[in-house]
Every structure is written in C-alpha cells, then in structure tokens.
Design a protein around this ligand. Structure first.
Ligand code: AHM
Ligand code: MG
Length: 341
C-alpha cells in the first residue's frame, strides 16, 4: 500500500495556504493562521468522532465516563474545540455558532485587534451520528466592520455572503476531508491519518454545469411549493436525451449531500414548507459558506428567487430556503418556482 508518507510530492494544507497568500499581495498571514487553526481543530474533532461508536461502552452525554470525566455531546465538544482553537490564534475577534444563542466575543488582549469574525456550524447533521453517517463542520470568515481595537458586535456578522473572505467545510466521512475557498477556486484536502496532515487531494474543484442527481427530503413533498413539486416530477420523467430520470440521493447530512453533488453534479434542495416557511437551513452557518463554495466551483446557490450570497441577514440564526449545486439544475428549479411559486 502506498501512503502519503511514501511520497515527497504531497502538499499539506498549511503549505498550500501559505503559498496561496501570494494571491492577496497585502495579506499579512492572519487569514493563513486562522485557516491553520481550523485544520487543527478539525483534527481534534475528527479523533473524537472516530471514537463516537464507543460512546455506548464509555457512557452517554450527561454521564460521567470511566475516567471520571463528564461525557459531552459531540456537537458541544466540536463547538468547544473550535472556539478554543480560534481563541488561541488571536486572529479572530468574535464567533457566531449555530450551537450558541449569542455571539462569543474575544475582546481581550490581542484578539480585540483581530480583523476577522468567524461563523460556524460546528457539527452539522449530528443527529446522524447514532447511525454512523458522515457529518461535517461548516465555517465562514468575514472581515469585521467595527474598528479594530473596539468591541466587536452583531454588526460584524450582519453582512451578506458576498463579503465572505473564506469559507469551507470538513467532512468526517470514510476519509476526512477539508474543502475551502478564499474566492480563488475551491480546494480539497484529505486527512492522511498516518502523518496527521490534511494533504491536497482535489485542487481547483469544478462542479458539472448539469448533473443527474437530485437531493431533497421527499417526505415533506405535500408541503413543498408547487414549483418544487413540478421540478421533482420533471426529474423523474424518462427522457434519455437529458439523462432523465435523474438519480435521487439524500443522506440528510448537508455536507455529505453537497460534497457528493459538488463532485458528481447535482442539485440539493431544502425548500420552504408550510410548516417551516423559511426552510430549515441557516443562512449564516450553512447556506452562505456552501453557496460561496458552490459559486467558486462554477455552480449556483439560490433561495428560489435570488442569489443566496446577496441576502442581507437580519438575524443571527435566520433560515432560508436553499437550492444549490449544478448551475443548470438550480436555474431549472428557479424557473419552475417563478411559474408556480
Ligand atoms: P442540524 O444543523 O440540526 O444538524 O440540521 C441540519 C441538517 C442538514 O445537515 C441536513 O441537510 C438537514 O438538516 C436534513 O434535514 P431533514 O432531516 O429535515 O431532511
Ligand atoms: Mg446545521
């Protein structure tokens, strides 16, 4: 078996990030350091997730384990470790997390001078962990709008997705991958457990303009807008010229569903439903970072009417309908939604 250690041609995440600093002539390395620490936290969380199957033996969240430590829910563990790793960088002055009602401020010491704020869903799809399905961490980074040295506040987070400086996700799957963009293409790294490094495996990811996979929780069909119902029927029609019927694939774990479609070509949909008129997914932690990556890979992301990245957030935990993936497929759904809202 050949592993990355057999080859000196590997490019690690850190090396790559530093090399790509040249894309931004005025960069001082702050973003590179921030991304480095995201990678470190991802490795810690990855280790813990790999042990998740032992939770039944070692105890459940809320219990005390055999070492006498409190057993933490994995999503809280991920939240804690990402916050701790980012606090340690002093390159980020505040964090908004899907797990926390309020933003966490790092307004002491060096961090108060930091120029970035960080949004994250520390462990998306964690309800799937019980059944050993892949989960992910989603993140995005913005330049603060408050002055450096002042107290960061909510206004630093109420920026449209177009203002993202970087975004990415970590997928804890059959192998662990980190995929990120700083607006100069999308790059994927696979964790080589033998050397404990994220190694460049998928440089310059581009998604097919037209795919053959559609991903949606069809159990909610009765509550979907008419346009989405029409689109689902369209996906199922037999038409060899357009490679229909398309294939239906839905894991119920956004990072996994999106990642598959990104590489193979497809559309992921989480529409508004009668029960949840704004959909389920959160603009800041899920939709904006995934939309940035999709666009950078040549795909498209929409709320059914317009571009996700142009939505002006009004609330930290705001939800939006989400259609993302291959450009032509997202445009087909938009067209059907325009006709049958
Ligand atoms: P979570 O942030 O509470 O984990 O929920 C988000 C997850 C996504 O990963 C996934 O796309 C979606 O919820 C699945 O929802 P549903 O079970 O309604 O299909
Ligand atoms: Mg989530």
């Amino acid at each position: 078996m050949t592993t990355a250690t057999d080859s000196y041609n590997i490019t690690t995440l850190n090396e790559f990030v530093i090399r790509r600093q040249a894309d931004f002539p005025y960069a001082k390395g702050e973003l590179s350091r921030l991304l480095h620490h995201v990678g470190v936290a991802a490795k810690v969380v990855n280790k813990k997730i790999n042990k998740a199957g032992l939770v039944d033996i070692l105890g459940r969240a809320g219990d005390v384990n055999v070492q006498g430590e409190d057993v933490q829910k994995l999503d809280l563990f991920a939240n804690h470790h990402f916050i701790a790793a980012l606090r340690a960088t002093s390159e980020c002055c505040a964090i908004a997390s899907e797990e926390d009602q309020e933003i966490t401020l790092f307004d002491d010491g060096l961090s108060r001078d930091a120029k970035y704020v960080f949004c994250m869903d520390p462990l998306d799809g964690s309800s799937n962990l019980d059944v050993n399905v892949s989960v992910g961490t989603i993140f995005s980074i913005y330049r603060r709008v408050t002055e450096r040295g002042e107290h960061p506040d909510l206004s630093d987070f109420m920026q449209p997705g177009t203002e993202q400086v970087a975004a990415g996700y970590v997928i804890y799957g059959s192998s662990t991958m980190l995929v990120y963009t700083t607006g100069k293409g999308v790059h994927g790294f696979t964790l080589d457990p033998t050397i404990g490094e994220f190694c460049l495996s998928n440089p310059n990811i581009m998604t097919p303009q037209q795919g053959t996979i559609y991903s949606i929780n069809e159990g909610n069909y009765a509550h979907f807008p008419q346009g989405v119902k029409k689109y689902l029927k369209y996906c199922q029609v037999v038409d060899p010229d357009t490679h229909r019927p398309y294939t239906s694939r839905y894991i119920g774990s956004l990072v996994s569903d999106f990642h598959r479609n990104l590489l193979k070509g497809g559309v992921f949909m989480y529409p508004s439903t009668r029960k949840a008129p704004s959909g389920k997914l959160r603009l800041l932690y899920e939709c904006n970072p995934i939309a940035f990556i999709a666009e950078q890979a040549g795909g498209k992301a929409s709320d059914g009417v317009g571009r996700i990245l142009e939505i002006q957030p009004k609330d930290l935990h705001q939800r939006v309908p989400f259609y993302v993936g291959s450009r032509a497929m997202v445009e087909d759904v938009e067209a059907m939604l325009a006709e049958h809202p």
